[in-house]
Ligand binder design. Structure first.
Ligand SMILES: Cc1cc2nc3c(=O)[nH]c(=O)nc-3n(C[C@H](O)[C@H](O)[C@H](O)COP(=O)(O)OP(=O)(O)OC[C@H]3O[C@@H](n4cnc5c(N)ncnc54)[C@H](O)[C@@H]3O)c2cc1C
Length: 485
């Protein structure tokens, strides 16, 4: 589908939905402001907490009762361990390769987990969800659900999808889309990312190694970075590999160019440590070319569960400052903990992941504090992508203490669509910029993402416990109060 055919349709639906959204949406939405009812910070006194998560009525003011009921049921099902185990078994089983059972299972998933965690099968569906969230004062990070690519043909197809996604945001005056998400693993074959990571690691160990293809970049490793993935000196890239590397970089450049034209920044996802050095390399090289003035166009992701996270982030920030390049980071804890631990265990080396969850929390909060201090001094941008209440509250308090404008474009919070709704709405009510990370695409394509969400939501005490409790209270209040109250 060409960009031209997507855009007007997407925009038309967005406008129609905005006009029927549950909250009153002022005309200023088309002048670039989200619903003021939702974003106006409540007046606080110095003893008030910055984020108020105690009033379900205020938190869920923009959510319809039907949506609240559906969300409560899905989150409750996702918290039941046997249910998740069964669902995961079914999704990984041979039943998915039988066309009839595949169709039945896909439909069941579509109307439950997929509906809750994903925005729609295509850009039109995603546009409807973008409109609803914007009506409730939340921005969105559009993520076309693409996983790893293994050859140039699929990378080229993925490039088209990224360009279409970026194009769909172009005609909005100030976009409700805060970022378009890009996965380098969808633009460069994984085997090549692994080869490039090996060579970069070896060059870090032995600076005499010459990499003729290497572009200007920022520091990728620190003294505590794991180097065990590359036990021997790797062969240089073949001519064909160098050619493919250049093709992959040109794909990223095309995406940067198109996001520059659409004025929508890019958020690069982080993956496992065996291929992350190549992802950092691509991202920082493009950032040096495209990040200008105070507005980084391309943001890299730092995973705070890694022991070297803070050192690497600080080194990249300092080097960028010396080069006069503005940098932006998305800060996450990290999604591949068991894979990383398994690999380290199989190689009989220490895991790159912090030894305890407390260390991960401390690292996340220290990285966030570092970036907030940089922003307060006028340099850098950060997206604090977390469902952790404590991290959200700490960062919000620190930002206010440092005098950072709550609506500053350099500080944004983000949660996955369908997760940590109370935190998103609490931060929004306090006046901060909040985005939901919004995956969209065909059900079977999104399956690996759904499996990760199922894993993250299992157990009664998971991060959705607060959401379930507050949703239950709000539903009870709506069902027992007189209409309109
Ligand atoms: C907008 C957004 C974008 C994201 N993008 C990415 C991405 O690009 N790459 C990526 O990898 N992840 C990404 N994530 C996923 C994110 O990493 C997970 O949601 C995260 O693991 C959950 O952490 P949390 O901050 O929400 O806090 P919590 O739920 O409080 O933290 C739990 C996390 O702590 C870590 N942890 C748990 N136990 C231990 C232990 N014993 N030792 C050390 N650490 C432990 C794990 O990472 C676990 O997931 C993204 C999340 C969001 C919200």
């Amino acid at each position: 589908m060409a960009i031209r055919s997507v855009r007007p349709n997407f925009l038309r639906k967005l406008r129609r939905l905005n006009s029927t959204a549950p909250t009153t949406i002022p005309p200023s939405i088309f002048a670039g402001e989200p619903a003021t009812a939702a974003l106006t910070p409540p007046t606080t006194t110095s003893t008030d907490p910055i984020i108020n998560l105690t009033d379900p009525k205020k938190l869920f003011s923009s959510v319809s009762t039907t949506k609240l009921i559906k969300s409560s049921i899905t989150l409750y099902m996702a918290s039941m361990e046997p249910m998740v185990d069964f669902g995961t078994w079914v999704m990984n089983s041979g039943l998915m390769s039988n066309p009839i059972s595949n169709q039945i299972i896909s439909k069941a998933i579509e109307h439950s987990f997929y509906d809750h965690f994903c925005a729609g099968k295509d850009l039109d569906g995603a546009g409807r969800t973008v409109g609803k969230l914007w009506g409730g004062g939340l921005r969105t990070m559009l993520d076309y659900g693409l996983e790893h690519a293994n050859d140039n043909e699929s990378c080229d197809r993925n490039l088209e999808e990224f360009i279409k996604t970026i194009g769909s945001t172009k005609s909005l005056p100030t976009s409700p889309v805060s970022f378009v998400v890009v996965k380098i693993t969808a633009l460069c074959p994984t085997s090549l990312l692994r080869r490039v990571s090996d060579l970069l690691r070896w060059e870090y160990k032995d600076s005499s190694l010459h990499l003729p293809w290497k572009l200007k970049t920022l520091p990728i490793f620190s003294a505590s970075s794991p180097l065990y993935h590359t036990p021997e000196k790797p062969d240089p890239l073949t001519r064909e590999e160098e050619h493919d590397l250049n093709l992959a970089y040109q794909r990223l450049i095309k995406i940067c160019q198109s996001s520059l034209e659409a004025s929508v920044p890019l958020l690069i996802d982080a993956e496992e440590t065996d291929i992350q050095p190549a992802i950092d390399y691509f991202t920082y090289s493009a950032a040096i070319e495209y990040n200008r003035d105070d507005n980084p166009l391309i943001f890299n992701t730092i995973q705070a569960y890694l022991k070297d996270a803070k050192e690497r982030m600080v080194a990249a920030k300092r080097a960028a400052d010396e080069m006069g390049v503005p940098v932006g980071f998305k800060l996450v804890r990290g999604a591949y903990m068991s894979k990383e631990n398994r690999l380290a265990y199989s190689l009989q080396v220490k895991s790159p992941i912090h030894d305890s969850i407390q260390d991960t929390h401390a690292c996340y909060n220290e990285c966030a504090a570092f970036m907030l201090e940089q922003i307060a001094r006028g340099s850098g941008s950060v997206v604090l992508a977390t469902h952790n209440l404590e991290s959200g509250k700490l960062a919000a308090t620190k930002a206010v203490d440092l005098g950072i404008e709550k609506d500053s474009r350099n500080l944004q919070f983000a949660q996955l669509y369908g997760m940590a709704e109370a935190l998103s709405f609490g931060l929004r009510n306090a006046g901060f910029r909040v985005s939901k990370y919004l995956p969209f695409g065909p059900v079977d394509q999104i399956m690996p993402y759904l499996l990760r969400r199922a894993e993250e939501n299992r157990g009664l005490l998971n991060t959705s416990a607060l959401d379930r409790e507050l949703m239950r209270k709000e539903l009870l209040r709506r069902l027992t109060s007189p209409p309109g109250s």
